[in-house]
Design a protein around this ligand. Structure first.
Ligand code: GLN
Length: 310
């Protein structure tokens, strides 16, 4: 762990991380099925750290909004678990790494409509369905939660992007129909996918994502009080570590050593329990759908600071 005497200030470390990791070539890819994710230039790179002592450090493009995509799955899980009926969620979705891609249909069918974990698409659809029990506009619930954590003006839903993703969501609709067929979806498949896609289309900056994720680094306590209990915060961290990067979770744990959650918008939220929440964003992805430069930057930051759960 860095100590005050032997380390440069965190702001300077982040500036150096940006210098070292901002992409110089167009390596990696962007998802073909989500047209609006093709617009950010390949060399966008931002990083922000929100600490449990209330400070926020950032560098690069940390103030530019990006599409959080599957990072939203951490927030929807926390919201679902914060309700009294959290026990029933765990009868509908497991907590095992999937070892397959985030939108795999095969595994869901073989395993009779019970998703491996809440961070692959099928599991997140079940969580969204669960949230829709409280109010049918689950995406608006998520937005309210995020605005509560980071203030106004802040996160917003890019409705145009959501509509465009929805028009090419055959695979997510197929997953939802499978879930329905197996009796693991209460609301209509189309309505659940619509809410899911809108929650994925929330736009936030690195600074906002780091602030919004801070409750996971401080025993479940967010900007407006307890979001979830300490043991639930620990458990969400565990699921992030084992499932947050899909079929690259093992590689990410090896390289970074922190619970993380990625999105195909190129963002990654990582948690250092008791210390801080980190968000890094760079749009180009590796073959598993995780930010190429973002993962490398987090590995570097963890090595430089000693931030790791190991
Ligand atoms: N909206 C994307 C999808 O459903 C989210 C996937 C992701 O970020 N891994 O395909």
């Amino acid at each position: 762990m860095m100590t005050a005497l032997d380390s440069p200030p965190l702001g300077l470390v982040l500036d150096d991380i940006v210098r070292s990791h901002r992409p110089r070539t167009e390596a990696g890819s962007v998802p073909a099925n989500i047209p609006h994710l093709q617009s950010p230039p390949f060399d966008r790179f931002g990083i922000a750290v929100a600490t449990t002592s209330g400070e926020v450090f950032s560098s690069g493009d940390a103030g530019l909004p990006f599409s959080i995509q599957s990072i939203s799955k951490v927030f929807t899980l926390a919201m679902a678990l914060s309700a009294d009926d959290s026990g029933s969620l765990w009868s509908r979705v497991l907590r095992e790494p999937s070892g397959t891609s985030f939108n795999s249909l095969v595994q869901l069918e073989v395993e009779h409509g019970v998703p491996r974990n809440p961070f692959i698409n099928s599991g997140a659809l079940v969580v969204t369905d669960h949230l829709m029990e409280r109010s049918p506009d689950a995406a608006a619930q998520v937005l309210r939660f995020l605005n509560g954590q980071v203030g106004q003006p802040g996160p917003f839903i890019d409705e145009i992007a959501a509509r465009s993703e929805l028009s090419s969501s055959s695979r997510n609709l197929a997953l939802a129909h499978f879930l329905k067929e197996f009796g693991n979806l209460r609301r209509p498949a189309q309505a659940v996918v619509e809410n899911y896609v809108r929650q994925c289309s929330i736009m936030m900056t690195c600074v906002e994502v780091a602030k919004a994720g801070l409750f996971l680094a401080q025993d479940g306590r967010g900007a407006q009080g307890a979001v979830i209990s300490r043991s639930e915060a620990k458990r969400i961290g565990s699921i992030m570590l084992t499932c947050g990067m899909y079929d690259a979770a093992g590689e990410f744990a090896y390289r970074v050593g922190l619970p993380g959650k990625s999105g195909v918008g190129g963002g990654i939220l990582a948690i250092v329990p008791g210390e801080c929440a980190i968000c890094v964003w760079s749009p180009r992805l590796d073959s598993k759908g995780n930010s190429l430069a973002g993962t490398a930057a987090l590995a570097d930051l963890s090595d430089r600071t000693g931030w790791s759960i190991f």
